[in-house]
Design a protein around this ligand. Structure first.
Ligand code: GLU
Length: 453
């Protein structure tokens, strides 16, 4: 068999849909599995939608998922923006040659200024590696416009020409293109070319059971980058949409996914997108990240979403990230948890106001806590911080220290949930803890921590 050549051929629409990302991934996996070539071809012939931003979204998504492509018109592939890929908008002369070829073969005619291709009326048979043999009745099939009145060639035509020109051996794409395929085959035949093999991969459905559209939450790949998911987790999850690595195994390193990927194992039935499962899977990757990878990831994510975090005391920042890591699963959650420590002017959540600061004893207890921590001198650790809370609960004749502990958390963080409290106190350091207790007490006494609507 000749060497495998596959392609991802997105149209720049302004977002990289999860379905498109999965198509790119399956092509990439197949190329890497077979030692073949993965081509990226931007189908940007629709001038009205063809913007640099829309193209950049595609590159960004490919880079983020680590789907490197192998070649471009300059013979180079890879990720650097100036190499490859192919752009249909730069290939008009090639399409003109092929149009001429079809015209001289007598298979076309002009109609109202447009050029039409005479579709055969015999049944159109598509032999698909996933869908099997599918036959299309063509007795009523209209002829195919291949060049519009304005002179621009039509999708079906340029798509076929490029697959032919680029020596594509396997067309792996979404099932929504299955009904086009008999038209494409007719064009191949008219051009005297052999058709590639086709593999139409199942649609991705939303939780409601209809085709996932761009209006569905989480339908754009960029959503996950913004939310601070790990690209390896998203890539792993996308693999499972329509394919299974087998034996109930789901989480596998990419080398293993490449090793096991087979077109013939792609499911026929539609895949259901499950955001909760992706979130869960991200958590699995999150927990197993090495410390080095975690540091790199958080550095980049915070740089982008909380640039002020770079001003923080480095030791405190590292300490906070370490204790938060165990409790969160995405970059966004982590960044959100960092917020109270980016400034000493932190806010108090509605929950903390309602649950902690509406207690009439709160100010008195905060004062006792501040004095308690002051009595530790410079040396606070988790054990003696906890002992302070216990002692104060006893002094205040409270049955359990929990009340004091919850109030303490709300005072030093403005939140009712967060990292393990005593570890947090140690990371913040005794001076900051005392200052935060006093600040909260002052605001409370000034009537500024009332319940907000
Ligand atoms: N530009 C087409 C699309 O985005 C490509 C179809 C194909 O892969 O052949 O749907």
């Amino acid at each position: 068999m000749s060497k495998v050549r596959v392609r991802f051929a997105p149209s720049p629409t302004g977002l990289l849909h999860i379905g498109g990302a999965r198509t790119a991934l399956f092509n990439w996996l197949y190329a890497r599995h077979t030692g073949g070539t993965f081509v990226l071809r931007v189908e940007d012939t629709d001038q009205s939608r063809n913007t640099q931003e829309a193209v950049d979204v595609i590159f960004r998504g490919m880079r983020w998922l680590g789907l490197d492509w192998d070649e471009g018109p300059d013979g180079k592939g890879g990720f650097s923006g100036d190499r490859g890929p192919y752009f249909q908008s730069q290939r008009s002369s090639i399409y003109a040659q092929y149009l001429e070829k079809l015209q001289s073969g007598g298979r076309t005619y002009e109609d109202g200024g447009a050029l039409k291709f005479r579709m055969p009326k015999t049944p159109g048979v598509v032999k698909d590696l996933v869908c099997g043999e599918v036959t299309f009745d063509r007795t009523m099939e209209p002829d195919l416009v291949i060049r519009r009145k304005d002179g621009s060639p039509v999708f079906h035509f340029v798509n076929v020409v490029d697959d032919l020109e680029m020596g594509i051996t396997h067309v792996i794409r979404g099932e929504d293109h299955l009904t086009n395929t008999h038209k494409h085959i007719a064009l191949y035949e008219a051009l005297g070319a052999t058709t590639p093999q086709f593999a139409h991969i199942p649609l991705i459905l939303n939780q409601g059971g209809s085709k996932m559209s761009k209006r569905d939450e989480g339908a754009a790949l960029g959503f996950y980058e913004e939310a601070g998911y790990l690209p390896a987790a998203v890539r792993n999850y996308l693999c499972l949409l329509g394919w299974s690595p087998g034996a109930n195994e789901e989480i596998l390193p990419v080398e293993e996914l490449i090793k096991r990927f087979e077109l013939t194992k792609i499911n026929r039935s539609n895949a259901r997108f499950d955001g909760d499962k992706l979130f869960w899977m991200n958590g699995e990757y999150w927990r197993s990240m090495s410390d080095g990878d975690f540091r790199k990831f958080t550095q980049e994510f915070l740089q982008r979403t909380r640039p002020e975090a770079s001003q923080m005391d480095a030791k405190m920042r590292e300490g906070l990230l370490k204790i938060m890591r165990e409790k969160v699963r995405t970059g966004r959650e982590l960044a959100d948890w960092m917020d109270p420590y980016l400034t000493e002017e932190y806010e108090y959540s509605a929950e903390s106001r309602k649950k902690q600061f509406s207690n009439p004893d709160a100010a008195k207890l905060l004062g006792m806590l501040e004095a308690g921590f002051a009595s530790l001198g410079g040396g606070m650790d988790e054990a003696n911080a906890e002992a302070v809370c216990k002692r104060i609960a006893e002094e205040a004749a409270l049955p359990k220290p929990a009340k004091v502990i919850h109030l303490l958390r709300a005072a030093v963080s403005g939140r009712t949930v967060g990292p393990s409290l005593f570890a947090l106190l140690v990371v913040l350091g005794i001076d900051r803890v005392k200052a935060r207790l006093l600040r909260t007490k002052k605001l409370l006494e000034a009537g500024q921590l009332g319940v907000t609507a």
